[in-house]
Design a protein around this ligand. Structure first.
Ligand SMILES: Nc1ncnc2c1ncn2[C@@H]1O[C@H](COP(=O)(O)OP(=O)(O)OP(=O)(O)O)[C@@H](O)[C@H]1O
Ligand SMILES: [Mg+2]
Length: 220
């Protein structure tokens, strides 16, 4: 589904990502772990076409590395970005419709809570509901691949459980997920495979069974 080959990315002169290789298979959920500043957000942006890259990004076998962001979205890649980036002064419905897609009823079916709150200003939603909205907005594009950047950030543990249910619903739709996440118990619960990114390079990889080893090696 997604294959990243020998990817380099920079905002200016210095490469932030160096020789990154990774793969997300159909219906797989793959997590990127790594310390602050490792380049995790940069990697997701590079996949969306938001910065300068060298190397290849293949999506369903097609090299998309030269395509503009809107073309990548049209092919089936959507992102729920770091910090959620919802529009606080717009209501829930308009936050979804601003995508220009009309997939509203389907998305409301997945998130009945957002349907209930459709007239509420997004900035007055709880943190967990705002995260739900950010994911729901990405689903308006009917993506085949969803990029999620730190969805659990700032959420209380009990809300992370709801988030986990939300992500399971997305998986059940058959959507592949590439996830940046620091909450390792969430990662263990939803991911099939893991890559560790450090200093802009992939330094380790494994399956969910390797989480304990990876946690001991990099996060203690
Ligand atoms: N717009 C930008 N212009 C220049 N440098 C940037 C820009 N955005 C990020 N960087 C730099 O790129 C490096 C990687 O940043 P990135 O945001 O990808 O890290 P991250 O792994 O997502 O970190 P965090 O866990 O804190 O979100 C950092 O050194 C950062 O300062
Ligand atoms: Mg980040």
């Amino acid at each position: 589904m997604l294959k990243v080959e020998n990817l380099y990315a920079s905002y200016g002169r210095e490469d932030i990502l160096r020789d990154v290789n990774l793969e997300v298979l159909e219906k797989e959920t793959v997590a990127i772990l790594g310390p602050n500043g490792a380049g995790k957000t940069t990697l997701l942006k590079a996949i969306c076409g938001l910065l300068k890259t060298r190397g290849r990004i293949l999506f369903e076998g097609k090299d998309i590395s030269g395509l503009k962001t809107h073309k990548r979205i049209a092919l089936g890649i959507a992102i729920s970005p770091e910090g959620r980036r919802i529009f606080p002064n717009m209501n829930v419905r308009d936050n979804l419709l601003i995508t220009g897609f009309k997939n509203l009823e389907e998305v409301y079916e997945i998130f009945p809570r957002l349907k209930e709150r459709r007239d509420q200003l997004a900035g007055t939603l709880s943190g967990g509901e705002q995260q739900m909205l950010s994911i729901a907005r990405a689903l308006m594009f009917k993506p085949k691949l969803l990029l999620l950047d730190e969805p659990s950030f700032g959420l209380a543990p009990v809300i992370v459980e709801t988030l986990s249910e939300t992500i399971h619903k997305v998986k059940d739709l058959g959507v592949s997920i590439l996830l940046v996440e620091q909450n390792l118990s969430l990662v263990a619960e939803i991911s099939d495979r893991i890559y560790v990114l450090s200093g802009g390079e992939i330094v380790d990889e494994g399956t969910r069974r390797d989480i304990e080893r990876i946690e001991k090696s990099y996060f203690t």
